[in-house]
Design a protein. Structure first.
Length: 286
């Protein structure tokens, strides 16, 4: 199977269609985009060919959290997921025109109290969406002493503080399952418990409720940072479940201890503390 080039936008002039697998030269490819989850086919073959090289990285976006949504969802399922996501823009595609119009009107009524743009474009109709791209970063030290000019490049160490109430050791253990290099740092170097991930990002224990991430921005370090943040959020969601399981385990252990005490009391009453049978005659033990 060959991927055909159907026309590439000039802004992506560095992209090219993929040739046959036996014509691929790995040294000419920096980034390969595939459209499904590596279960089979060409993407799986290429993954197996390249995954053993430490220089290669496989990024799988969108698989951290699963949601249930049918490819041919009805109004009830569509409106439910839109209520959860609350997107600023909704584009309705792939449907019969009259039914799509009815769906659009229902959604307009449902989201009347929100500033939601709902569009049902015709085939080949262009759609424009506008997003707020403003980003703010806090600076300290020498960077905070001067306001940068527009377009001026500013470099420094990025720091992000994240809420985390789990055990610091658990986080390190989970990161070791994902990254090849997770090394503890000496206390005198980090001023407290800390470890370095992939030799690019430092994770520090700040308090019982917070950890902090420190890294110098570049594409790979930013990717590592995003992965660590996603893992922290996942662990935080799992903590209540772990706590409930621990409470149930404690209750079960207490019940088992009480049963064991009752059995032990019965055995002592029959055989005595030294293991000898106890026989009572007229209230006298012998």
């Amino acid at each position: 199977m060959k991927w055909f080039d159907c026309g590439i936008h000039p802004a992506y002039s560095g992209m090219a269609a993929l040739p046959y697998i036996d014509e691929i030269d790995p040294s000419t490819i920096n980034v390969l985009l595939v459209t499904h989850g590596l279960q089979s086919g060409l993407s799986r073959q290429l993954f197996e060919m390249w995954c053993s090289d430490k220089k290669n990285a496989c990024v799988i976006p969108g698989y951290v959290h699963y949601i249930s949504f049918s490819a041919h969802a009805d109004f009830a399922q569509t409106s439910t997921i839109l209520k959860e996501l609350m997107p600023p823009n909704i584009i309705l595609v792939h449907g019969e025109a009259n039914e799509m119009g009815r769906l659009k009107q229902k959604l307009i009524t449902q989201f009347a109290d929100r500033n939601t743009k709902i569009i049902s474009p015709k085939n080949c109709q262009s759609v424009e969406m506008f997003f707020n791209s403003e980003k703010r970063e806090k600076t300290i030290g020498r960077l905070a002493g001067k306001t940068p000019e527009v377009g001026e490049t500013v470099s420094g160490l990025l720091r992000s503080t994240i809420a985390y109430t789990g055990a610091f050791g658990v986080l390190k253990h989970r990161l070791k399952q994902i990254f090849e290099s997770v090394e503890s740092l000496p206390d005198e170097e980090s001023e407290g418990p800390a470890f370095r991930v992939h030799e690019r990002l430092t994770v520090k224990y700040e308090s019982e409720k917070h950890i902090s991430l420190h890294w110098r921005p570049d594409p790979i370090s930013n990717m590592v940072s995003d992965s660590v943040v996603a893992l922290v959020l996942n662990i935080s969601r799992e903590i209540p479940k772990v706590a409930v399981e621990s409470e149930e385990a404690t209750k079960t252990e207490e019940e088992n201890n009480k049963k064991a005490e009752k059995v032990l009391h019965a055995l002592v009453s029959l055989f005595g503390e030294n293991g000898k049978p106890v026989i009572s005659v007229d209230g006298n033990a012998s």
